[in-house]
Design a protein around this ligand. Structure first.
Ligand code: HEM
Length: 204
């Protein structure tokens, strides 16, 4: 589901940038032809709607599976502010552990939950842009069509920022890429995220 999503997101970003170029929101920002998908804006839209089915169906299966099996609860909860601070401190001192990839640290938990939320908002705003009449109850919450466009665009920017950090960190810890391709090691339900994520202080 991760790699299906990667393909869908690639299509959605490239085609979204083509649509954007046709009627820009920020006068200073145009995406070069080399990085967009679709020769004309209407082709961009068709790619966008093609990718939409993959993104939404795959996303629904992923969210349904994560909730129904308790995987999200086990891997992403609970998150405490203290754990986030401890993990940020450890990262700044290059003391984060990567030997157990089955346990997410607190910053990973925040980012993964955050990007899922952004995924839900971008799909919701996308549906409002596509079918503003049918989804008028939701669309009205945003005030205007231009505001929905802006929120949709900002969600795309958040996803691009997430991908840049996500890919950089995955390349820095190559065993995580291997685990993503092979399915990874089995989960150990009894582990605390904070304890597993932070290197113990060196004793004198
Ligand atoms: C359910 C999923 C989605 C639907 C139904 C959808 C639908 C749409 C529609 C109809 C437009 C044209 C808006 C206009 O007329 O100006 C649009 C624009 C756009 N979409 Fe999506 N979208 C979805 C998901 C995504 C995702 C996942 C991304 C990127 C990660 C994305 C990125 C963009 C961008 C960058 C634009 C151009 C913004 C603008 O100028 O209005 N969309 N989308």
């Amino acid at each position: 589901m991760h790699w299906i999503n990667a393909v869908a997101i690639f299509i959605m970003i490239g085609s979204g940038w083509k649509i954007y170029n046709d009627d820009v929101i920020f006068g200073f920002l145009h995406f070069p032809d080399a990085v967009v998908i679709g020769k004309w804006a209407q082709y961009g839209l068709q790619w966008h709607f093609f990718g939409m089915w993959i993104f939404v169906l795959n996303g629904l299966v992923y969210l349904g599976y994560g909730i129904a099996t308790g995987r999200f609860r086990q891997k992403l909860l609970p998150i405490s502010a203290r754990d986030v601070l401890v993990t940020v401190g450890a990262a700044l001192r290059f003391r984060l552990r990567h030997d157990d990839l089955t346990v997410y640290n607190a910053v990973q938990k925040v980012l993964y939950l955050g990007v899922m939320l952004v995924g839900v908002v971008i799909a919701t705003t996308g549906l409002c842009l596509w079918k503003p009449v049918q989804f008028s109850e939701v669309a009205d919450l945003f005030g205007s069509f231009q505001t929905i466009r802006l929120v949709h665009f900002l969600c795309m920017a958040a996803i691009v920022a997430f991908i840049l950090v996500h890919v950089t960190l995955a390349l820095l810890v190559p065993q995580s890429l291997v685990a993503m391709l092979t399915g990874g090691p089995l989960l150990d339900p009894g582990k605390s995220a904070a304890a597993a994520a932070v290197e113990p202080e060196a004793t004198p």
